[in-house]
Design a protein around this ligand. Structure first.
Ligand SMILES: Cc1cc2nc3c(=O)[nH]c(=O)nc-3n(C[C@H](O)[C@H](O)[C@H](O)COP(=O)(O)OP(=O)(O)OC[C@H]3O[C@@H](n4cnc5c(N)ncnc54)[C@H](O)[C@@H]3O)c2cc1C
Length: 471
């Protein structure tokens, strides 16, 4: 499929249809791209996967530099249940999950019994106050930001306005919601924020990291690392894809599984241009930032709870730490800023970012010992992601996810931002990879007139129970 022809000619000179089996180029070796490549490989397609980084996984990135696995990107299976499309694979691999929180945690991501909340002076917030803030959840018809909606509730019902510690707890709730969407509350759509399908079963941490799952899917695939795609040409008889060093690849079709942030940046030239409706969907869907600052300590000095929260006057000043010790036995806390705070922290050096996170921790635990190691993610500025995950912005329709997914001629689209049901998640990326592969298979084989020749090879349909724990 590799071609020496670098010119953007009207017809692709190497006719992909003259090869014995249909061919596809998959762009992006994240969860969606690898899943699509794996499915098409199983359906007897010639598959080449082009990946800009020198590693696979994309926003799934398990780091081993501490001597044990730590996820810098995704780390939870959202929806620990058999309906989760990823559950059979995780079950078959025997990978343990640690459930940090149960059902009914839609708005604020996690159920509240899992938290120990403190104010900035180190006083613990009573659970009673936490439950009272539930009252601000009200129904609105016209679209507006979540932040605006809360202000309206207060205008209509001043008696609900919280003061002092109650106000701070509300800000902390907002901070958690901002983490779920990786965006600030004044940009999140009230109309669409709850349109995603939340699977039952709560949230399970991948105790050994996500990498073993992606490695399994990637086995046997022709993956070209450090191949950054710069141009995609489509013609009736196939596609031609050019990478940074000028090398070109031709095939019957392409599956584009790169992040929404990268598509927004227009660093890939489409020839001819993508249709207007597709460009509009790319522009209109939001992409937010959430980062992880991972602090490794030589001892455990914090309470034995899943999360530590710091409440403050504004959601920007609130903090949220995941206690990995509970799930993995390693003395690690993960600080997770999102939205504007995450953007501001990305401007700092890694050292300064780790110090910032540690300073937040010292506010509630003044005797905290300094971390011995740290890791800092940069999902917002990394040119391979340019954001953490997609979300609905104010005034834009929720079907943007579907518009992003709909194929254009022989180009098929996959990735978390193309998932109507499960945007911003690993299982969403996985299911769109399967969908794009199936659409591509059908379309290409129609052209070959050989629809029956390449039945998809389905994975075994045996359901293996998930290994779930909560100490
Ligand atoms: C901090 C953080 C925490 C998260 N936590 C969770 C969680 O706990 N649970 C969960 O379900 N989800 C979580 N997510 C979301 C989840 O990680 C993503 O939804 C999912 O991994 C996206 O997969 P993808 O295949 O769509 O995209 P990606 O994984 O980003 O894959 C796209 C690939 O395209 C490559 N690429 C980019 N540009 C080019 C180019 N020009 N040419 C070739 N290749 C290119 C990239 O390098 C990348 O490998 C989290 C994300 C972040 C950032």
């Amino acid at each position: 499929m590799e071609s020496k022809d670098n010119k953007s000619n009207r017809q692709l000179k190497t006719s992909p249809c003259s090869t014995t089996s249909p061919s596809v180029i998959v762009i992006g070796a994240g969860f969606a791209g690898i899943t699509a490549a794996c499915a098409l490989h199983d359906a007897s397609f010639q598959v080449v996967l082009l990946e800009s980084r020198d590693r696979i996984g994309g926003r799934v990135h398990t780091d081993y530099s501490f001597g044990f696995p730590v996820d810098l990107g995704a780390s939870w299976l959202h929806g620990v249940c058999k309906e989760n499309p990823l559950a059979p694979l995780i079950g078959r691999l025997g990978l343990p999950l640690y459930r940090t929180s149960g059902d009914n945690s839609v708005l604020y991501d996690h159920d509240l019994e899992s938290y120990a909340l403190f104010d900035m002076d180190g006083n613990q917030v009573s659970q009673d106050l936490v439950t009272k803030t539930d009252l601000v959840r009200q129904e609105f018809s016209e679209d507006m930001s979540i932040q605006r909606a809360i202000s309206i509730v207060f205008e209509r019902r001043p008696d609900l306005r919280l003061e002092g510690i109650g106000h701070k707890v509300l800000q902390w709730y907002l901070c958690r919601m901002e983490g779920w969407f990786a965006a600030d509350a004044d940009t999140i759509s009230l109309k669409c924020w709850d349109q995603e399908e939340l699977l039952p079963g709560g949230h399970g941490l991948m105790v050994r990291g996500y990498l073993p799952v992606i490695n399994t899917l990637a086995k046997g695939l022709d993956i070209r690392l450090s191949h950054r795609v710069t141009e995609i040409v489509r013609r009736n008889n196939g596609v031609k894809v050019t990478v940074e060093d000028g090398k070109t690849f031709v095939a019957d079709a392409a599956v584009i599984a790169i992040p929404l942030g990268v598509l927004k940046s227009k660093c890939i030239k489409f020839e001819p241009r993508l249709p207007e409706w597709k460009e509009a969907a790319i522009n209109d869907l939001g992409v937010g930032i959430e980062n992880k600052i991972i602090l490794h300590f030589d001892n455990v000095f914090w309470p034995n709870v899943e999360f530590l929260g710091v409440v403050a006057e504004t959601s920007y000043e609130c903090s949220y730490f995941l206690n990995l010790h509970k799930a993995t036995g390693h003395s690690v806390l993960v600080y997770m800023p999102s939205g504007k705070l995450a953007r501001d922290i990305e401007k700092m050096s890694d050292e300064a970012a780790a110090n910032f996170a540690f300073t937040q921790l010292k506010r509630i635990l003044p005797n905290a010992s300094s971390p011995i190691q740290h890791l800092v993610s940069h999902w917002g500025t990394d040119k391979n992601s340019l954001g953490s995950y997609s979300y609905d912005t104010v005034g834009k329709p929720h079907d943007l996810y579907d518009r992003l997914r709909i194929p254009v001629d022989n180009l098929f689209f996959a990735g978390e931002a193309t998932s109507m049901d499960y945007p911003g998640s690993v299982h969403g990326a996985y299911s769109t990879g399967l969908m794009a592969a199936e659409d591509c298979r059908m379309r290409v084989l129609e052209r070959y007139g050989e629809l029956d020749l390449f039945p998809p090879v389905m994975g075994e349909d045996v359901l293996v129970p998930l290994l779930i724990s909560r100490r």
